[in-house]
Design a protein around this ligand. Structure first.
Ligand code: ADP
Ligand code: ZN
Length: 437
């Protein structure tokens, strides 16, 4: 298994026309399975005037109705289950970042398939059975821990099921057991990097070679930061509970976009306002149809994640379509004084201007106008360097934000370590308008 380039080359490097043919065949079967076993979706199809016979291949996909998170909440808990409960072996749940949690079900086959997807991601990051893989995503209902744990087993890595938190112990095990691959959220990876530095370790003191980081948006600037602080290559991984969990898409050695596991998931990009399917390369909302899942086979599920797809040839040899880093969710986007603002834009400015990725955005309303504040943590070096003064720094940063966003935030530079660190998904935004509305 040493120097293995792919985990399942027979799929990962399949010619594109064969992928499409395979997807068409699976789609026809999957639509029939869902129509016959999920009354909730059958109703949606009946209302849209579509029957399973109308779906003869991927070219007919656009005829099917969308499913949204609201449908999942509506149908909670069993309304979208497509097999008898006795055939299910697992339940996982979303993190509840944007509201009530939804639950997803898995048969044994679904778990196997999910583990394969995560194994592909680990191998793409250079993982083999010689590696020690430290899984510091949360275990439990959250899909991060169980997903990467399953993938790591399949690859044959020595798996360290740390879960998130207890950073002292993470570091001790990482150093004592010589972990070579770290899996966690990018914000937790940044925190671990910072904690290693605080304890006097240099990047070359650890044995890590790669990190597999996902479950939340992170910028290229943040990638560079983490790579430098841990002395590794940092790979992105994407997924959501509704489609199984992490591993729906993963980055390869090229580190330019994530290959979507197209043998299992059919991806579309739509205009989030009109629902119209957009051509390759357009920016829009990502929609997934799971082609192989038995228990929870969502058709045309709207992820609310905004990105682009490309079929440009990849140097790694994989033929699966690539998705760009999601720039945030449609519901992450803040509208401040009428202007659209994504937290990822703010993070880009901060890191470009030499600040740490520790920040918090606070939006409120005073006298019928939105207030927009960004608390930004100074690094210890910046903190001890009083030349230039804090006010001048705040002004300069506000000006850089204005150039990127089109509106002026109030910047507050705060002392090192004063913004609470995240062990899972970071909380970047406090929107007090929502709390009072
Ligand atoms: P929740 O929707 O409650 O956060 P999940 O834990 O299932 O529940 O998270 C899935 C979501 O996490 C995705 O829809 C996406 O918004 C985000 N996400 C996952 N991986 C990435 C990634 N690599 N980059 C950006 N966002 C990601
Ligand atoms: Zn590639």
């Amino acid at each position: 298994m040493e120097n293995q380039r792919y985990y399942q080359p027979e799929f990962e490097t399949m010619p594109v026309d064969e992928i499409k043919k395979m997807q068409s065949e699976k789609l026809v079967k999957q639509v029939r399975h869902v129509y016959d076993h999920v009354p909730y979706y059958r109703d949606l199809m009946d209302k849209a005037g579509v029957s399973p016979d109308d779906i003869r291949g991927t070219e007919d996909l656009h005829l099917l109705p969308f499913l949204t998170k609201a449908d999942l909440r509506d149908a909670y808990p069993y309304g979208l289950l497509a097999v008898p409960l006795k055939d299910c072996v697992r339940i996982q749940s979303t993190s509840g970042t944007t509201g009530k949690r939804v639950v997803a079900f898995y048969t044994m086959h679904d778990v196997e398939l999910w583990d394969d997807c995560c194994a592909r991601a680990i191998v793409a990051a250079g993982g083999t059975n010689e590696d020690v893989c430290q899984v510091a995503y949360g275990y439990g209902l959250f899909t991060g821990g169980p997903g990467l744990n399953g993938g790591s087993h399949k690859v044959g890595c020595l798996t360290l099921p740390m879960s998130s938190g207890n950073t002292e112990r993470q570091i001790q095990f990482m150093m004592d057991l010589g972990a070579t691959i770290l899996c966690c959220t990018p914000s937790y990876a940044a925190y671990i990097g910072e904690s290693l530095k605080d304890r006097g370790y240099k990047p070359e003191d650890n044995k890590l070679k790669a990190g597999i980081f996902g479950a939340e948006p992170w910028t290229e600037e943040m990638r560079r930061d983490i790579e430098a602080s841990l002395g590794i290559k940092a790979y992105d991984i994407y997924g959501l509970t509704e489609t199984s969990g992490p591993g729906v898409a993963f980055e390869c050695s090229e580190q330019r976009g994530m290959h979507i596991n197209e043998d299992h998931f059919l991806a579309e990009i739509i205009d989030p306002d009109t629902g119209e399917v957009l051509p390759e390369g357009s920016k829009g909302e990502l929609v997934f149809t799971s082609l192989d899942k038995e228990a929870f086979p969502l058709l045309r599920y709207r992820t609310r994640d905004i990105c682009r797809l490309t079929r440009e040839k990849c140097s790694c040899g994989r033929t699966f379509v690539r998705m760009s880093k999601p720039m945030g969710r449609t519901d992450d986007m803040l509208i401040i004084r009428g202007v659209n603002v994504f937290p990822s834009q703010i993070e880009t400015v901060l890191l470009n201007e030499g600040y740490s990725p520790n920040y918090q955005i606070v939006v409120d309303r005073a006298n019928n106008t939105d207030t927009f504040d960004i608390n930004v943590e100074l690094t210890p070096e910046q903190f001890s360097d009083t030349v230039g003064g804090v006010t001048a720094r705040e002004k300069a940063l506000a000006a850089a934000m204005k150039t990127m966003l089109g509106i002026n935030p109030a910047i507050h530079l705060v002392a090192p370590k004063s913004i609470v660190r995240s062990e899972g998904k970071a909380v970047r935004v406090i929107d007090k308008r929502k709390l009072t509305d």
